[in-house]
Design a binder for this molecule. Structure first.
Ligand code: DAT
Ligand code: MG
Length: 138
């Protein structure tokens, strides 16, 4: 067993479309545990720290703007190999090509929305998870 914690975000598009429950259902059905959960209206400072690795990339500004467009559900999620496991549940970054069966593949709307509107975020390593959980949950 390798019990880990990860940061999951239901992004503004997921909250606005009423998909928080469906996303939580998938996460709980997989056997992961909700440790903490909050509705957050993130400010630019939080998002700049969260997306530090992407600063300077062409999609950075639209991404930060989009993430401020409405409330986000932040989840502290625990489970065996949950960092890798949640990213597998989420699917690859672009909803157009994310595999069917994944959150992004099944629920990411393919009607010309920008790639950043891909419903969820999940930390990508133990180091990222520790850093991001600190930012969102203190
Ligand atoms: P992921 O969220 O799958 O970990 P990432 O960390 O590479 O992906 O990028 C963070 C977010 O930025 C991603 O969820 C959506 C957006 N993004 C990434 N690549 C993009 C691109 N080429 N065009 C537009 N948005 C992009
Ligand atoms: Mg990432």
């Amino acid at each position: 067993m390798n019990i880990e914690e990860t940061l999951v975000l239901v992004k503004p598009d997921g909250v606005a479309r009423g998909l928080t429950g469906e996303i939580l259902r998938r996460v709980e059905a997989k056997g992961y545990s909700l440790i903490d959960l909050r509705l957050v209206q993130p400010d630019r400072e939080l998002l700049a720290a969260h997306y530090e690795e992407h600063q300077g990339k062409p999609f950075y500004e639209p991404l930060v703007e989009f993430m401020q467009s409405g409330p986000v559900v932040a989840i502290r999620l625990a489970g065996n190999r949950v960092i890798e496991g949640f990213r597998s549940l989420a699917g690859t970054t672009d909803p157009t090509t994310a595999a069917p069966g994944t959150i992004r593949g099944d629920l990411g709307r393919d009607w010309g929305l920008a790639v950043q509107q891909n419903l969820v975020h999940g930390s990508d390593s133990p180091e990222s998870a520790a850093r991001e959980l600190g930012l969102w949950f203190g």
